[in-house]
Design a protein around this ligand. Sequence first.
Ligand code: IMP
Ligand code: MG
Length: 179
Amino acid sequence: MSGKEKSELKLYISQDKISNRIKELASEINRDYKDRKPIFIGILNGSFIFLSDLIREIKIDCEIDFLKLSSYGDEKITSGEVTLLKDLNCKIENEDIIIVEDIVDSGLSVKFIKNLIEERKPASLKFVSLLFKNGISNLDFEIDYIAFRIENDFVVGYGLDFAQKYRNLKEIYVLSNNN
Ligand code: IMP
Ligand code: MG
């Protein structure tokens, strides 16, 4: 990263904080799903790093699959429309499903996912999100496991992008407004 680019980013959540919090969430999931075999469904692209760290703290048997939804494009706000770009490969009827999201902002994506998954009659459905934007989401259901609640800032790093950039950063940063 060049010096100019770096100055646009403000460190928000460190690697240590992320990994400690993931261990806490994973131990809750290990406890809640004892003797079950959940399928973790990562929402591409943003959740891929979070899912890979989370899953390595999961001690129970589990499976993994992915869904890909339309992204924000190169914008910082939702287009208001969510479409499915890649469907699941696995059957989920009568399975315990855990959706893994990078961030819940407007809530449109998780609402879309909830409808899609529930139509397929899973045994149970829960949501885990690395980040949850306070004061924005207007959801009529709970996100079951949230690593961090954040303010209404646009954040990048640790899988999260702006126009496909910054996913490779190890920490979470606030991207300043001049972008
Ligand atoms: P929602 O549908 O508005 O809740 O947004 C969900 C998706 O938008 C997330 O899975 C992210 O891919 C993207 N998104 C929302 N807020 C941010 C952000 O602050 N940084 C990067 N991506 C974001
Ligand atoms: Mg994104």
